[in-house]
Design a protein around this ligand. Structure first.
Ligand code: NAD
Length: 333
């Protein structure tokens, strides 16, 4: 039986990967994959990893030297993998489309909660505080939403948004052939949107695409939603824009330095990240911890697709979900 080393395991991962496992012996490790933990992969055939594992060149080299044939990301993004180092050493596969509507619905949940202050109301009513002061939202109908990235999730978001009677502006360097989508350039989108939602990957080009210059261009009281990748936003510039009330609110499922914190319980501990502390304490920020993917449908598809990907690579078949190095890929290192 082929062996898989599974990193950054959470109880919900194990549940779904056990349920659909017919072929493999799996060792579940709670720790993240990085150059310190990679040495334990000796005698395994495949590795399953996640968004906040640190899969730099050192980690890749250790995996390859240990004979790992396939690094299976159980997520769609792979900006944490040094694809250049992986080239010719091991095959990297992802789950490109496990459930775009899962992420789209969380995007809407964040936007509606932030606007109608559901998170604040929930805390108040639990305390028998039925005052409505400070809970005023705005009407979504008739507002203009700028959607950045019109891939699988961006399209699902636009479809769901359609039911709210909003106007949609879209930006994507690779627009799709669909006349119903109103594509504009990025500057126009920044200047004319009441709400901006990010659905593009993190690349060298998109890194900090929302920076000080971008915020300066935006309408006053714009709402920012990011369920994509944290480093699409310059957090310091966002905090400044929030404090000067250029940005009226930010709904975030991702944070550029999330890998040290997200998916773990730090309650009662001191968080050594001032920017994250400022975001969480900010009255106009609603933050979830990279949770947009978390539905039972998505977890089932992630498990099944990851096994199919590994089956393909280990049996020598071409895997349609392989990702290969392109010189424009973003690498933090
Ligand atoms: P996708 O590949 O289907 O679509 C991405 C789109 O972004 C493409 O149309 C591409 O042309 C466009 N794009 C590329 N560079 C761009 C740029 N600089 N500016 C604007 N658009 C650009 O990907 P998807 O499945 O729609 O996923 C989008 C992103 O959502 C992923 O990259 C991932 O980071 C994120 N994601 C987050 C979660 C979560 O749990 N929070 C879950 C899944 C995916």
């Amino acid at each position: 039986m082929k062996r898989i080393a599974f990193f950054d395991t959470k109880p919900y991962d194990k549940l779904y990967f056990d349920k659909f496992n017919d072929n493999y012996e799996i060792s579940y490790f709670e720790g993240k994959l990085n150059k310190k933990t990679a040495p334990i992969t000796r005698e395994y055939d495949a590795v399953i990893a996640f968004v906040n594992d640190d899969i730099d060149a050192d980690t890749i080299n250790i995996l390859a030297d240990n004979g790992i044939k396939v690094l299976a990301m159980r997520c769609s993004g792979y900006s944490n993998v040094d694809l250049r180092a992986a080239k010719d050493r091991l095959t990297v596969v992802t789950v490109p489309a496990y459930s775009p509507y899962t992420v789209a619905e969380h995007t809407m949940a964040l936007l509606l909660s932030l606007n109608r202050k559901i998170h604040k109301a929930y805390n108040r009513t639990r305390d028998f505080n039925f005052s409505l002061n400070g809970l005023t939202g705005f009407l979504l109908r008739g507002k203009t939403v700028g959607v950045i990235g019109t891939g699988k999730i961006g399209q699902a978001v636009m479809e769901v948004l359609g039911g709210f009677g909003v106007n949609i502006l879209a930006y994507d360097p690779y627009p799709i052939d669909d006349e119903s989508i109103h594509y504009v350039d990025l500057e126009y989108l920044f200047k004319n949107s009441d709400i901006i939602t990010l659905h593009c990957p993190l690349t060298e080009k998109s890194y900090h695409m929302l920076d000080k210059d971008a915020f300066d261009m935006m309408k006053n009281n714009v709402i920012i939603v990011n369920t994509s990748r944290g480093a699409l936003i310059d957090t310091e510039a966002l905090l400044h824009a929030l404090n000067t009330e250029k940005v009226a609110g930010a709904a975030l499922d991702v944070y550029e330095e999330e890998s040290d914190f997200f998916f773990e319980d730090f309650s009662g501990m001191v968080i050594n990240d001032d920017m994250l502390s400022l975001l969480i304490a900010h009255p106009h920020v609603l933050l979830t911890a990279h949770q947009a993917f978390l539905t039972d449908d998505a977890l089932e598809t992630i498990a099944k697709t990851t096994y199919n990907n590994i089956d393909d690579v280990l049996s020598g078949e071409k895997c349609k979900n392989e990702v290969v190095y392109k010189s424009r890929e973003y690498s933090k290192k």
